[in-house]
Design a protein. Structure first.
Length: 556
């Protein structure tokens, strides 16, 4: 049964805080615990997580804001679950940050945290809704509001995140999937295991089958393992075909064979998709070779706003996906989510016509450090130099001011076409740099796509001062992967699966934002208690103004 924490903000008369000397209280107020309590813990929306609990009258839940807060502090200090619980019992700063003044009433252990994570995972899996991600976004907006941070300038980048699994070769993947299915059959009924496959139950069998074979034996061993995969599949009874082991085996057959219906004929290595199974224990992980670096796992995309005056940064949007998801798709998703951004600096891999249009519709000016695709030839004008009617989308004149004989725009294919009189073009001073791509007897024909137009528009801006400023600004986003790896251990997430990994990455992003926020307040010398006093004064002032207006008949 869900019950909101009613003790938030209430101080117990017997709290140890009242016995501390003044210098200890001052040290506590300047520590992360005080900032965390006022700006994170007290702002957690417990109601958001009420859907995780039953409506029936039963034992009330452990306060949600304490559980969420502990998950955050775990990442801030890089504690294990056991170290976190120990800190909760023995470190007063943790108790202070959680607003715990009567510690004997709190019964929290490692299993309490694990069970809460399971609730979050199951809800995200069943409803396709990540409650923790939503809470992190909401808390980030609260921090931005408190600091009065300018978010109009942002930058975007993605990073590879390693999965928590061993990197396996092709033979080992097939062997492991076979062995897992054999284990499952042994638990069900040992008589189901064909005699030729009993060797999988031998503990030393893996070394003999995988690690002690010669290079010239690899192909024959691959064929043997796939033959055995087929035998195992046929041995599985109907009532056991919905298990994870069998589903993994079926997936393996589809990915490793040319045509499974014709028998176990293995695919060539180069034909196996990067989305294929990388490790049976981590079915969500994918493979990608980016800039010469091989990665098995996921990709984290982040949009970071930067207030240059306050020297403060916040990750406005983050998304963890399989590493085979393109930057174009990640960038499109980010544009759907971010608000308050006016200029965004991106890598060229994020460029696409659709993303460019989406950014324009949201009033966001995007720049790209480089754009993939065919470049404009040297000394050739870009097609964006031609005048185009914004209503009809037809070319109205060339850069020399010549009007076309005819022009049309194919809205379905998004293609521009125009014919210009050849006799006039022959005497044109821009003839040598004109991008016309077809010359007929009487006409010169220009034809280009919307994608080409948008690309030339972007390239034409690369020499402007604004572009150079944003290109220099974008380079700073490269620091995010470094911080998330060194300070928050994002490559060492101790869980498997995309959904579970998302829960951990959200906590790490939240603490990245909180650390940036706290550093700003410390630089400015602003304490949480002063901010609370300021908010109290402003609220009191506005209430007084409201009463005065009401006294003269003005409804506020």
């Amino acid at each position: 049964m869900f019950k909101k924490n009613k003790n938030t903000g209430q101080t117990n008369l017997f709290d140890p805080y009242h016995t501390f000397p003044e210098y200890v209280k001052t040290a506590l107020e300047k520590s992360w615990a005080n900032y965390f309590y006022h700006h994170v813990f007290k702002k957690i929306n417990e109601e958001r997580f009420s859907v995780l609990y039953s409506d029936n009258y039963s034992r009330p839940n452990t306060p949600v804001n304490i559980l969420i807060g502990l998950l955050f502090l775990k990442e801030l200090n890089q504690w294990t679950d056991e170290e976190l619980i120990s800190a909760l019992f023995f470190d007063y700063r943790v108790q202070y940050a959680m607003g715990i003044t009567d510690f004997e009433k709190e019964r929290i252990c490692v299993n309490t945290l694990s069970n809460f994570r399971v609730r979050l995972y199951k809800y995200a899996k069943d409803h396709d809704k990540d409650l923790l991600h939503e809470e992190v976004d909401a808390l980030t907006q609260e921090l931005i509001k408190t600091a009065d941070m300018d978010t109009s300038l942002a930058r975007q980048d993605s990073m590879m995140v390693s999965a928590n699994c061993k990197k396996m070769g092709r033979l080992e993947i097939i062997y492991t999937a076979n062995k897992n299915m054999i284990k499952a059959l042994a638990k069900l009924d040992k008589s189901l295991i064909p005699e030729s496959l009993i060797h999988y139950q031998n503990d030393k069998d893996k070394n003999d089958q995988i690690y002690r074979i010669k290079e010239e034996e690899v192909n024959s061993k691959l064929q043997q393992l796939l033959d055995e995969t087929f035998q195992i599949q046929q041995a599985v009874p109907e009532n056991h075909k919905d298990t994870d082991e069998f589903l993994t085996l079926t997936r393996l057959i589809d990915e490793q064979l040319d045509n499974p219906k014709e028998g176990p004929v293995p695919k060539e290595n180069k034909k196996i998709s990067s989305n294929s199974l990388q490790n049976p224990s981590e079915p969500d992980a994918t493979y990608r070779n980016k800039a010469g670096k091989k990665n098995t796992g996921y990709a984290l995309n982040a949009v970071e706003a930067r207030d240059q005056e306050k020297k403060m940064s916040m990750i406005l949007h983050h998304e963890l996906q399989p590493n085979t998801v393109s930057d174009v798709e990640l960038g499109g998703n980010a544009l759907d989510q971010v608000n308050g951004v006016e200029k965004m600096a991106c890598d060229g891999a994020y460029y696409s016509t659709d993303n460019n249009k989406k950014a324009e519709e949201k009033g966001i000016k995007t720049t790209y450090s480089a754009i993939s695709g065919r470049k404009v030839k040297d000394n050739i004008l870009g097609v964006n130099q031609f005048d185009i009617d914004p209503d009809t989308r037809k070319i109205t004149s060339c850069p020399a001011g010549v009007k076309p004989i005819s022009a049309k725009y194919d809205s379905e294919k998004e293609v521009y076409t125009a014919k210009f009189p050849k006799n006039i073009c022959l005497n044109c001073p821009l003839l040598d740099v004109c991008p016309v791509n077809k010359k007929q007897k009487k006409y010169n024909v220009l034809r280009f796509t919307e994608n080409k137009l948008q690309a030339d528009n972007c390239r034409s801006e690369m020499n402007t001062d604004t572009y150079k400023m944003l290109a220099d600004f974008r380079a700073g986003v490269e620091g995010i992967p470094s911080v998330l790896r060194r300070s928050y251990g994002i490559d060492k997430i101790p869980v498997r699966g995309l959904i579970r990994s998302r829960l951990w990455s959200s906590c790490k992003v939240m603490m990245y934002n909180f650390s940036s926020f706290m550093r700003y307040l410390l630089r400015e010398g602003v304490s949480p208690s002063f901010l609370n006093y300021l908010y109290f004064c402003l609220a009191k002032y506005f209430d007084e103004c409201r009463l005065r207006f009401l006294s003269v008949g003005v409804n506020c």
